[in-house]
Design a protein around this ligand. Structure first.
Ligand code: AMP
Length: 278
């Protein structure tokens, strides 16, 4: 099957095939992490739609919207190689009407942890994801655990707004040395990449502990050892569904999440742990 590239919402309607549809929303600059999502989508549906859209709504005024990597031709090659049926790549003008008014509010969970550092970010994410759901009408949508709070909020939106789509979470794909794959890794110089390795190292060290205070202290000591080239934004241990901070007596799944700046690049990473009651 030839890959269909839908540039406008109307093209998308024409491209819709028979059978179950899986959607993989992305901002392009596709890497192995995205490929793993596409493969999961393939397993779950007859047709795979990948959206490639750098969503202006989810970037703050001082963030990297204008310099975000755009590698559309290479992205199409990745999609061809992975047997994707449709790439939906609208322009911002096509997605957002100039007189638009209504958007999704991510609620309290959108204002904590990553949302506290990036005001409005999750409103922008949920708004574009809801629009993509309405345009593509997928049966299944696949999102990475790499963006754990985004995944939790999308599950929340699907439940709270009764959206008829199944959400599949996909594990984080890493480089052999532990660095989580990210489109933003290409901003890193060689030295910065070495500093950035402290994130995954800290998460692994923290995950070897068993109570919240020790998990956080151990992870923190690894981050501190990276020196002042690593600008820590947050290190938290939270409930994976609510992103509320885990108490010392927390039992069950928890997410150890970190965000830090290395040079001008902001990186996030997380691991899921299961805490057993003492
Ligand atoms: P992005 O293009 O960065 O918006 O990401 C698109 C989707 O790919 C999101 O659901 C991300 O969580 C997911 N993703 C990004 N990096 C990874 C990774 N290293 N492993 C697995 N999924 C990822």
């Amino acid at each position: 099957m030839e890959l269909i590239v839908a540039r406008h919402r109307e093209d998308l309607v024409k491209a819709r095939g028979e059978g179950a549809v899986a959607l993989v929303p992305t901002m392009g600059a596709l890497h192995e992490g995205h490929r793993s999502l596409i493969r999961l989508a393939r397993e779950r549906a007859d047709h795979v739609v990948v959206s490639v859209f750098v969503n202006p709504l989810q970037f703050g005024p001082n963030e990297d919207f204008s310099r975000y990597p755009r590698t559309f031709d290479a992205d199409l090659e990745v999609c061809r190689a992975e047997g994707v049926d449709v790439v939906f790549a609208p322009s911002a003008e096509d997605m957002y009407r100039p007189d638009r008014q209504v958007s999704v509010n991510a609620g309290h969970m959108g204002t904590v942890v990553e949302g506290a550092s990036r005001p409005g970010h999750f409103d922008g994410v949920l708004t574009v994801v809801l629009k993509l759901f309405n345009l593509v009408r997928p049966d299944v949508a696949v999102f990475g655990q790499k963006d754990a709070q985004q995944l939790a909020l999308i599950r929340r939106m699907v439940a709270d707004l009764d959206l008829p789509v199944e959400i599949v979470g996909a594990p984080t794909v890493r480089e052999p040395d532990g660095l989580a794959l990210s489109s933003r890794n290409r901003y890193l110089s060689g030295d910065e990449r070495t500093v950035a390795l402290a994130l995954s190292r800290a998460l692994r060290a923290g995950a070897a502990e068993s109570v919240p205070s020790a998990i956080l202290a151990t992870a923190r000591s690894v981050l501190d050892a990276a020196g002042d080239r690593l600008g820590l934004d947050y290190l938290v241990l939270v409930d994976p569904a609510t992103f509320a901070q885990a108490r010392e007596t927390h039992a069950g799944p928890a997410v150890l999440a970190v965000a830090a700046r290395v040079g001008t690049t902001r990186l996030i990473d997380n691991v899921v742990l299961t805490l057993t009651p003492a």
